[in-house]
Write a protein that binds this ligand. Structure first.
Ligand SMILES: [Zn+2]
Length: 157
């Protein structure tokens, strides 16, 4: 038995805030505006995992009005989603994320991000795909968006 989940997230840039993508601190002059650390990749991935097992989404589980999530590392949200996936009897087969934005360039940093996701998720890095796309003038907003799809399978008893 398989289940698929899809997640999307986007944040605009904020000057002087650290940029965190996939739990990795990126050397870049701007961060992402958000109540939490603004990790657009982990937010999309968390939502993909939650929706794959029919849980409520990240905004319902971790409301941005709640002071306990202020500047929270988004790995907390991911960890909670993983626990819910495991509790429902599923494990990750693979995941595929596309980051959209003109900067920073994803190719030079994706190895580090995949390595960190592999640690956070406890899966081999060959099961994780990250790619970057530029906006090509499609959207005027200055920031980063992320689409993420994840495939789960029932854990063997
Ligand atoms: Zn977000």
């Amino acid at each position: 038995m398989f289940r698929i989940g899809f997640g999307f997230d986007s944040h605009s840039f904020e000057e002087g805030k650290p940029l965190v993508l996939g739990g990795v601190l990126i050397d870049f002059p701007k961060g992402l505006k958000a109540h939490s650390d603004g990790d657009v990749l982990l937010h999309a991935l968390t939502d993909a995992l939650l929706s794959a097992v029919g849980e409520e989404d990240i905004g319902q589980l971790f409301p941005d009005k709640d002071p306990q999530w202020k500047s929270a590392p988004s790995s907390l949200f991911l960890k909670s989603a993983l626990e819910r996936v495991s509790k429902k009897g599923y494990e990750i087969i693979n995941l595929d994320c596309t980051l959209i934005g003109d900067e920073p360039k994803i190719a030079p940093i994706k190895g580090k991000i995949i390595q960190n996701l592999s640690l956070l998720l406890g899966i081999d890095r060959t099961r994780i795909s990250i790619k970057g796309k530029t906006r090509e003038g499609f959207c005027q907003a200055e920031g980063i968006a992320c689409f993420c799809v994840v495939l789960l399978q029932e854990k063997k008893a």
